[in-house]
Design a protein around this ligand. Structure first.
Ligand SMILES: Nc1ncnc2c1ncn2[C@@H]1O[C@H](COP(=O)(O)OP(=O)(O)O)[C@@H](O)[C@H]1O
Ligand SMILES: [Mg+2]
Length: 318
């Protein structure tokens, strides 16, 4: 288990909940407070803001920490499969049910079940979940026997559940039952100071993974990170930093090593402008490096070998 933990640490950057943003501080404070209770929790926020990470953390901070934590993503399964995944089924309950299956609720008895994208929970399953939350009772698909399990439910949504209730897609009684404690995670664009610290921490991590020790980001690169809108939130930031750690050959990440969508446009030098060949060459090399995944790929596109590309980068300070 110790080596497994080591492996996990090597695969995932350290999760950090320290934040300069008041809304994020409130969210994490609330999460720590409710962790000790048995209450249902609803996590709300756009994709990539850390809902799954926080759900896991709440489990880890709770008395249930030593017990199982399981995730079910509601939209990934058909209503029938979702019911059997949640509550289990007995042999012969439907075509393909070759043997009994206890279901996730039974598997995480004593622990926590995280239901992601709860807004997509099929209407037919909603009363069954409500009953389970209220009475801890359920039946396997195809079975009359009522079972009990002690499972804490955490849910998440990036959609407007109130709207789903208004449109009749989500039961009001279940909505109120899930909505006891709601925690809102702010979009990353509202947290520029956190972008800076998260990016630096991730760079150390992905540097170590790639056997490099980075000094950090250049001012220009950090300005670009801080001012970008991050539609994919922390997930997108993580991917951008991982990419930079792989592409950046020196110990300071420059704007060229960020995805083109993040780096503000390098002022275009048009062919035919009154500039020297060198300016054209530098511009072209920078753009090709910024748009490729490796220096080898860039060299291939430019039609030069890696050693020549290395000399040119040194010449232009790329
Ligand atoms: N507090 C955090 N510290 C470091 N990385 C984080 C943090 N929160 C999220 N991440 C990173 O962002 C990714 C997306 O987070 P996730 O919880 O899956 O978002 P969501 O469930 O809201 O879509 C995670 O894989 C993780 O790498
Ligand atoms: Mg998630």
């Amino acid at each position: 288990i110790a080596t497994l933990k080591e492996d996990l640490k090597r695969l995932h950057p350290e999760i950090s909940f320290t934040s300069q943003n008041a809304e994020m501080q409130r969210a994490v404070g609330l999460a720590r407070q409710v962790a000790a209770s048995e209450s249902v929790v609803l996590l709300r926020g756009p994709s990539g803001t850390g809902k799954t990470v926080l759900a896991r953390a709440i489990h880890g901070w709770s008395r249930r920490a030593g017990k199982p934590f399981a995730t079910i993503s509601c939209p990934t399964l058909s209503p029938e499969l979702l019911e059997s995944e949640l509550f289990g089924h007995v042999k012969g309950a439907f075509t393909g049910a070759l043997r009994d299956n206890a279901g996730r609720v039974a598997a995480c008895d004593g622990g926590t079940l995280f239901l992601d994208e709860i807004g997509d929970l099929p209407f037919s399953l909603q009363p069954k979940l409500l009953r389970f939350i209220q009475d801890r009772e359920y039946e396997r698909v195809g079975d009359q026997h009522t079972r009990k399990a002690d499972v804490r439910i955490i849910t998440a949504t990036n959609a407007d559940l109130d709207q789903a209730v208004k449109e009749g897609r989500f039961r009001e009684d279940l909505f109120y039952r899930l909505n006891v404690i709601q925690i809102d995670l702010p979009p990353l664009a509202d947290r520029p100071d956190d972008v800076q610290s998260l990016a630096n921490e991730m760079l150390v991590f992905f540097g170590a993974q790639n056997h490099k020790a980075f000094r950090g980001f250049s001012n220009k690169a950090m300005d670009a990170l801080r001012s970008y809108a991050w539609p994919g939130n922390i997930r997108e930031l993580r991917n951008a930093v991982e990419r930079a750690a792989i592409l950046c050959p020196a110990d300071l990440v420059e704007i060229e090593h960020l995805p083109a969508s993040i780096a503000p446009h390098i002022p275009p030098v048009q062919l035919g402008n009154p500039v020297s060949l060198e300016v054209i060459e530098e511009n072209h090399i920078r753009r090709v490096i910024a748009s490729t995944r490796s220096l080898q790929e860039a060299a291939d596109i430019l039609g030069i070998d890696q050693a020549t590309l290395w000399r040119k980068r040194k010449q232009y300070g790329i």
